[in-house]
Design a protein around this ligand. Structure first.
Ligand code: F6R
Length: 615
């Protein structure tokens, strides 16, 4: 939820930390701070606001000469966003500094205990409790920093990725994780620490991803030591060679990451099926599926758990999997699933969908499913993420880094993976006839070209956005495969433009929402030729006769809806089951342009964070 960066080496730490924080701002951006150490003085500079505000705040601070630094960009959990609650936090002696991503759930009893022992607190954060707990352990048990952190963490309930620095040990930084990601970049005589690899990719491609319940002592000139927090056993850290490059994580000429990521969809969808879909040969081949084909084929039920946009991808998958494989599918919000004592049977296959692979509720749902004996399959984008490691098997979406907080390319690549899974199971089960199976493979292969064509609706979407940019409300309607797309379209608009929007199955209109329709209400209707076209046309007529303003997404060449609608956006024709991959595109563009017209911060909408690592 927050972003953490650290550096220890021979270079100036401040520019590295600041640049890293900018790359991690998608994780949270209500306050930011840095700690620097130049061999004499420990300097802390922090502020409410964004990394740009932090730079301004640090203008009068001496940053030169420091070769050790830590930085933090925050998404508040305990304590409102203000200067005092910003990280880093210092211990009472002023000797220890900490940055923290996560939540210490039992911070209140720990804090009470520390207050009884004479500690005082400046902030409302759980993090300040942790740094003082470490100090207390260090002093009372006369332990080295690494051991003191380890002992303190054994008392903690919750989630964390932390970096701790002790002025008395100026050659080392201690890092640890439980439930929040933490990567260590290994350079020549230097180490980088970050929530993901993007802050250090330009310096090194060697990375160690700390596992849950691991602590590492990063000491200059020494080999990195990793231990298990609980039993102190030594772990041999695995150094990964990273594949991503800097260009992938920069804007590449677009005004916003979101727009860049929308436009990347033709190429990333291709990346998603590359080597997996051999349409000419009638083959779908995904290692995670092939290795577990029997489980899928014999599954009595498929349960899908996810949150937000990934949950919408799960709903699309429900339609596709049931249609192709005849296996019953249930789609659950991970946050509900984990707390409602769900029925999970041994014959169930659970699919967890997550772009970040770090969503706390989805992780918890996976753990619950595993405890109940289910086989859990992950569909993740971030390689090496917690969910990809926690699941029994999985398939990556290969969408590349998604930086814009609003998910776009993650959604379409998730649908691509899930559709391939459905097709492969259907082929193995024989629930889809061979001609249809081959046709879907050919169509799937054409999707990137069709997405490219759908992107040509950008100018029309922008014109429509200019008309409706001040609308207070908006309805999105779709049927069948495009009902989840309606939900996703509404979510996109809400989150980046702050316009209230709702997605509905088109036929549900008359059971309530139709009362909202008047000449002020824009209604986006997804009405491709395939699917329940005639039914949707009737729904459009119902809106029209109540003076609603209709924005229709139609198949190229459509005339019937064009005559009824106030505005139309044309998309290329594909089969009903694959249509969400195309109909989604204009809705993404529409939300994007509305948000830009409204002057909203498209890539970092208020109150949101890219990966929700707290429940
Ligand atoms: C919306 C959005 C969120 C995420 C949700 C799950 O645009 O990005 O709704 O989809 O927080 O995140 P992941 O997929 O990382 O588990």
């Amino acid at each position: 939820m927050c972003g953490i960066v650290g550096y220890i080496g021979y270079r100036e730490a401040f520019p590295i930390v600041i640049k890293g924080l900018r790359r991690l701002e998608y994780r949270g951006y209500d306050s930011a701070g840095v700690m620097l150490y130049d061999g004499n003085e420990l300097v802390v500079c922090k502020t409410k606001g964004k990394v740009a505000d932090l730079e301004e705040r640090c203008k009068d601070t001496t940053t030169a000469g420091a070769t050790i630094g830590m930085g933090h960009t925050r998404w508040a959990t305990h304590g409102v966003p203000n200067d005092v609650n910003s990280h880093p936090h210092l211990s009472n002696s002023g000797e220890l500094a900490i940055i923290h991503n996560g939540i210490i759930e039992n911070y209140e009893p720990l804090k009470k205990e520390l207050i009884n022992r004479g500690y005082t607190f400046k902030s409302d954060t759980d993090t300040e409790v942790l740094v003082n707990l470490i100090e207390d352990v260090q002093k009372t048990q006369n332990l080295k920093l690494g051991k003191a952190v380890q002992v303190a963490l054994r008392q903690v309930i919750g989630a964390y990725a932390i970096c701790v620095f002790d002025i008395k040990k100026p050659n080392e930084i201690i890092v640890a994780r439980l439930g929040s990601p933490l990567a260590i970049g290994v350079g020549e005589n230097e180490y980088f620490i970050a929530s993901d690899a993007s802050p250090f990719i330009e310096y090194t491609t060697n990375a160690i991803y700390l596992e849950d319940e691991e602590i590492a002592v990063i000491r200059l000139g020494k080999k990195l030591k990793v231990r298990k927090i609980k039993d102190d056993s030594l772990v041999d850290p695995y150094v990964q060679k990273l594949q991503m490059n800097l260009e992938q994580i920069e804007k590449g000429g677009y005004d916003h990451f979101m727009l860049k990521e929308i436009y990347e969809q033709p190429s990333v969808i291709k990346d998603t099926y590359r080597g997996r879909l051999l349409a000419d040969q009638g083959i779908i081949r995904m290692a995670g599926i092939e290795d577990n084909l029997e489980r899928f084929v014999n599954a009595e039920r498929i349960l899908i758990v996810a949150c937000g946009t990934s949950w919408h991808a799960g709903l699309v998958a429900e339609y596709v999997i049931e249609e192709f494989t005849r296996i019953p599918v249930e789609v659950e919000y991970a946050s509900e699933f984990r707390y409602r004592n769900p029925i999970i049977n041994k014959g169930d296959v659970v699919i967890a969908i997550s772009q970040s692979g770090e969503t706390a509720d989805t992780l918890a749902a996976i753990k619950l499913a595993k405890e109940n004996g289910a086989f859990v399959f992950g569909v993740c984008n971030v390689v090496g993420s917690s969910i990809s490691r926690e699941t029994h098997a999985g398939a990556y979406t290969h969408a590349g880094p998604e930086i814009g907080v609003a998910s776009t390319k993650a959604f379409t690549t998730q649908i691509t993976v899930l559709t391939m899974i459905a097709l492969r199971i259907a082929q193995a089960k024989g629930t889809l006839n061979h001609t249809d199976y081959r046709r879907y493979l050919q169509e799937l292969e054409r999707i990137p070209e069709q997405v490219k064509e759908a992107l040509e609706s950008n100018d029309v979407a922008k014109e429509i956005a200019a008309v409706f940019k001040d609308a207070p409300n908006c309805l999105y309607l779709g049927r069948g495969y495009n009902f989840p797309v309606a939900l996703e379209g509404a979510l996109k608009l809400k989150e980046i433009s702050y316009i209230h929007a709702e997605g509905y199955p088109a036929a549900e209109m008359k059971h309530g929402p139709i009362a909202l329709i008047d000449e002020m209400m824009p209604v986006v209707v997804i009405a491709p030729k395939q699917g329940h076209y005639d039914k949707v046309v009737s729904n459009i007529q119902e809106i029209k006769s109540r003076s609603g303003k209709i924005i229709a997404v139609v198949t190229k060449g459509d005339t019937q809806v064009r005559d009824l609608a106030d505005y139309v956006i044309e998309i290329p024709e594909t089969s009903d089951a694959l249509s969400p991959l195309i109909t989604t595109i204009p809705l993404q563009l529409l939300s994007y342009h509305i948000a830009v017209f409204r002057g909203c911060n498209v890539d970092q909408p208020r109150n949101l964070a890219k990966s929700v690592t707290v429940e």
